[in-house]
Design a protein around this ligand. Structure first.
Ligand code: UDP
Length: 412
């Protein structure tokens, strides 16, 4: 396991790895548990897949638990998600009951592990009520919010806040997302893993094979958006932007997505996307299985430009993934995308399909600029959004929470 960490020295630098080992010294043997609601699909699962083994490699006893639930539970938590991202949302009494009951049932199963842990990371609203059902907990509990909570729909946040307020700390990705809460709040943006199947270098032939497999034309530019089929990702806006851009520029659009098992709205959105594409042979809607990491990697490498035209976005791992592959990203001017896409530097920020179309055309007609921007994007991710930085910030937070120090922490 020790070797796992060492592999990152080549990408992030030996000093970075050394620093992680130093920070982890006081955390040896600590029991840390992460809890979320799906093992695959979506950004949280993507991050935990590597963060947990990396913590283990640092000598921390890290584990990852997933809560199970029925449809009504996930409808309710999707409602929480929508509401936190500002959409007025009505939750019925029976949905709220399903939420609380599901947390209670999962707590029965997880209680021994959670109560014995030194640190528990609860990701997003789905398992947020677990704390209430673990009255004998001995460790610190952290609520990690991955969602753009900048303007939550108040009625729903008021309900959720009751659970969250009992935590010892919460973590948000951006200062704008932080809420009024009676505990410490940390700002830690997510990250990508440069060594995962999703992001490692691929041979050109493999990229071309994937282009062939999906019957893309290697001669014409490819614009790609990778996303769950979710309205906040604005797939219909992407289709409009493609239509506008291609009036003057030959183009193909790839919308690659799949379903996260904790997202019940995906099917309906996919239907809308199919309808909007109206049989256009240059719109490729790809439904990929949740483990298609290498395929997504290849598609991101095959693309000329990557779009992430979200209307709300907690972070947008897909943005960092594309930038790491030296692709300029045209992203929605919102939330975590703003942290990554520095307008005119590492990509373009847009608010409308017209804006996106304008930038697509500009980049395709200024190839030098496209390439420069891509290189800047890659450097920006290397400096700011690799998993090693993310891990370092988690370690510092863990030390500060356990030591009770607010102002400064001492490391050996
Ligand atoms: N992803 C995937 N398959 C898909 C769609 C998305 O593997 O069909 C991955 C994507 O590459 C990224 C993550 O899921 O790593 C999505 O994270 P992001 O933060 O962009 O959005 P979220 O789904 O968490 O809102």
């Amino acid at each position: 396991m020790k070797d796992l960490l060492q592999q990152y020295a080549a990408v992030a630098g030996q000093d970075v790895v050394q620093h992680l080992r130093q920070l982890a010294r006081s955390l040896q043997g600590l029991k840390v548990v992460h809890v979320n609601s799906t093992r695959e699909g979506g950004g949280v699962a993507e991050i935990l897949t590597k963060l947990v083994p990396l913590m283990q490699a640092l000598g921390i006893e890290a584990g990852w638990e997933v809560i199970n639930g029925e449809r009504e539970f996930f409808e309710c938590t999707k409602g929480f998600h929508n509401a936190l991202q500002g959409r007025p949302t009505v939750l019925t009494k029976s949905m709220i009951e399903a939420y609380e009951k599901t947390n209670a049932v999962n707590a029965e199963r997880l209680r021994p592990t959670l109560e014995a842990a030194d640190l528990v990371f609860i990701h997003d609203p789905q398992p947020a009520a677990l704390l209430h059902f673990c009255p004998g907990r001995k460790g610190k509990w952290i609520w990690r919010c991955h969602i753009d909570a900048s303007h939550p729909y108040r009625a729903v946040w008021k309900y959720l806040r009751n659970w969250v307020a009992a935590y010892d700390a919460s973590v948000f990705s951006l200062p704008e997302f932080a809420q009024v809460l009676p505990h410490r709040q940390y700002l830690i943006p997510p990250s990508i893993d440069p060594l995962s199947e999703k992001n490692l270098e691929l041979p050109d032939e493999e990229v071309q094979t994937v282009v062939g497999r999906f019957e893309l034309d290697p001669e014409r530019p490819i614009v790609l958006q990778v996303s769950r089929f979710d309205r906040f990702k604005d797939p219909l806006g992407v289709i409009s932007a493609y239509r506008l851009a291609r009036q003057l520029t030959p183009l193909q659009l790839v919308l690659a997505g799949g379903n996260a098992s904790d997202d019940p709205e995906g099917e309906a959105v996919l239907k809308e996307v199919m309808q909007a594409s109206n049989g256009d042979p240059d719109i490729h809607i790809l439904l990929l299985p949740p483990d298609a990491h290498r395929t997504i990697n290849a598609l991101q490498r095959a693309a000329d430009i990557v779009l992430q035209k979200s209307i709300k976005e907690g972070f947008g791992l897909t943005v960092a993934e594309a930038m790491w592959k030296a692709k300029p990203v045209i992203g929605g001017d919102t939330g975590g995308i703003r942290l990554q896409v520095i307008n005119h530097q590492t990509g373009f920020l847009v608010r409308t399909p017209e804006g996106a179309a304008l930038r697509i055309r500009y980049l395709l007609h200024h190839r030098d600029h496209l390439l420069d921007m891509g290189q800047r994007a890659r450097r920006f991710v290397r400096e700011n959004f690799l998993i090693t930085r993310h891990l370092r910030e988690y370690l510092v937070m863990m030390i500060s929470l356990l030591s009770g120090q607010e102002e400064r922490i001492e490391v050996e």
